[in-house]
Design a protein around this ligand. Structure first.
Ligand code: ATP
Length: 522
């Protein structure tokens, strides 16, 4: 707008000045007669140019400002439009995930030596789909493929293509692919591809369908000489439209899951490579204590540990810094000067002691720490981790997990004869496990069936009855265990009230004193 106004004002000045020049040419009685002919011609040409430019600007359509503005904004912001570059990431920066890297070798070879494959009549794999939980390294892997092949990396996120105006998303897809083809070899990476690629149905909207159709068209449209590979990433493979997954489109599906203990070690090594560590820091031990963590969480722990070390004015990062960092990631920020009433503290101490003693008796996970120092939203927590990576769980193990979750509430009921709101999160998790046992694992009297989410509503009463049966019997079991071990519970709760934090060893000592051993060693 401002540009248009300036051009307009300059044009008017030009026209007025040019008119005076013409006037002075014929009437020879103004001070402008001294301007020589070449200057006059220059002024007239400039004025003419300004006028034409102004008229052209004025001719641009004004009726769809919202679309045009968003389009322009997106263009400026979108990294795939302006900031695409060759990443300096290689497979060496991706720790673990050996099987995924192996699977990608062929694609890399194809991009690096296309003629070898083309002479055999082979077509380049067009689409690769990474799926798995968040933070497991999908983006990092895609960047590494670009790095290994010296290709341009065009990053985009599915949500960038979701627009209100029909056709805008489709246009962006077209532009993205045109750019990729122009700058080939390139890797197009579409994160959260489910935002545009989710299954179409009667209710899906026109804009989204058009965007997805355009993506399908572009995937079909590569010719053999374009070394362009599209990598999509999603946390929900099950949501994607069949058409997107068929051969010739995203036909290579690669699961990128949470790392196992070996991979966790590797990832921690990558992220502590340039950090000064005390000799006491054993990466293998940290890997053991971070079961279920994603690569992103491990990277975060390494960074947090470094920040904590700096805050405490240390010259090297020690084990304690890592332990604080893990706690911070698991339980959130420690609340400074919490205003928890003494009565509440007592309830929290008994609640956490309940979790800890039932967990220890049933041998569910290794207890590392019990704390009643508020962190994040929790007033207390038990820090625990399994002693090894587990891929299969028995019915008994799942029931034991539920018992441990319900043990906090059970302890409150036994000691205070009333319950508080503190168990809501435990109940949510326990119910979820029970629901999966009924609907997913065939571990209830409903039988060996899997009940999809859309049928849960239809069978609600049956499912609800089974879930309640599991939860109630587990709760009874927890109550019994706590009643039988009430003296241990009292000792643990009292020590917690005194010290606020108990270590796994201190818990062991209390158990030893009471000559209590775990009853379950599976
Ligand atoms: P999302 O699904 O949320 O988009 P993602 O799977 O794409 O997540 P990335 O963005 O690739 O995850 O990973 C985030 C960060 O975690 C990386 O930048 C890297 O620092 C770290 N990371 C994850 N996995 C690994 C790994 N295998 N090796 C090294 N670092 C990793």
């Amino acid at each position: 707008m401002l540009k248009k106004k300036i051009i307009f004002i300059l044009s008017i000045i030009g026209v007025v000045f040019s008119s005076f020049l013409v006037y002075s040419q014929y009437f020879q009685n103004t001070s402008l007669t001294s301007v020589n002919i070449s200057d006059r011609i220059l002024i007239w040409i400039t004025t003419l140019f300004l006028l034409i430019y102004y008229l052209k600007l004025d001719n641009k359509p004004q009726l769809v400002p919202a679309t045009m503005n968003t389009e322009k904004k997106k263009k400026d912001e979108s990294p795939n439009e302006n900031n695409q570059k060759k990443p300096d990431v290689s497979f060496n920066d991706v720790a673990g995930l050996e099987e995924v890297k192996e699977e990608l070798q062929e694609t890399i070879d194809f991009i690096n030596h296309p003629h070898k494959y083309m002479s055999m009549g082979a077509k380049i794999p067009k689409g690769i789909l990474f799926y798995g939980p968040p933070g497991t390294g999908k983006t990092l892997l895609a960047k590494a493929v670009a790095g290994e092949t010296n290709s341009n990396f065009l990053y985009s996120s599915g949500s960038e293509f979701v627009e209100k105006y029909v056709g805008v998303g489709a246009k962006r897809i077209r532009t993205l692919f045109e750019k990729a083809k122009k700058d080939a070899p390139s890797i197009i990476f579409i994160d959260e591809i489910d935002a545009i690629g989710s299954r179409r149905n009667a209710e899906s909207n026109n804009e989204k369908d058009q965007t997805l159709n355009q993506l399908l068209v572009e995937l079909d449209g590569f010719n053999r000489s374009n070394t362009v590979v599209v990598i999509g990433a999603t946390n929900r493979l099950d949501l994607l439209d069949e058409a997107l997954l068929r051969p010739g489109r995203f036909d290579r599906h690669i699961r990128v899951g949470n790392p196992n203990i070996r991979s966790r070690e590797e990832i921690l090594k990558v992220h502590t490579k340039n950090k000064p560590l005390e000799d006491s820091v054993n990466v293998d031990d940290i890997a053991k204590k971070t079961h279920g963590f994603s690569g992103a969480q491990l990277a975060n722990i390494a960074n947090e540990a470094a920040i904590i070390a700096v805050r405490n004015q240390k010259r090297k990062i020690d084990l304690q810094d890592f332990e604080f960092a893990i706690e911070r990631v698991v339980a959130g920020l420690e609340v400074k000067n919490p205003s928890v009433l003494l009565k509440e503290k007592n309830i929290v101490a008994n609640h956490e002691a309940g979790h800890a003693i039932v967990g220890k008796i049933l041998n569910v996970d290794m207890i590392q720490k019990i704390s009643i120092v508020p962190r994040g939203e929790a007033l207390g927590y038990v820090l625990k981790f399994p002693d090894e990576d587990r891929y299969l769980l028995t019915k008994e193990e799942l029931l034991n997990k539920i018992k441990v979750l319900l043990a906090g509430k059970a302890a409150e009921e036994i000691i205070f004869k009333e319950v508080t709101t503190g168990a809501s999160n435990d109940l949510e998790k326990a119910t979820e496990i029970a629901k999966e046992m009924v609907c997913k694992y065939g571990m209830s009297s409903i039988g060996n069936i899997s009940i999809k989410e859309q049928y849960v509503k239809v069978n609600f009463n049956k499912i609800d009855k089974e879930i309640k049966k599991i939860i109630n019997s587990c709760f009874e079991e927890s109550v019994k265990l706590i009643k039988d071990n009430r003296t241990i519970l009292n000792d643990v709760a009292n020590l917690l009230l005194e010290k606020e934090v108990l270590t796994g060893n201190e818990l062991d000592e209390i158990f030893n004193r009471h000559k209590r051993t775990p009853i379950n060693t599976t």
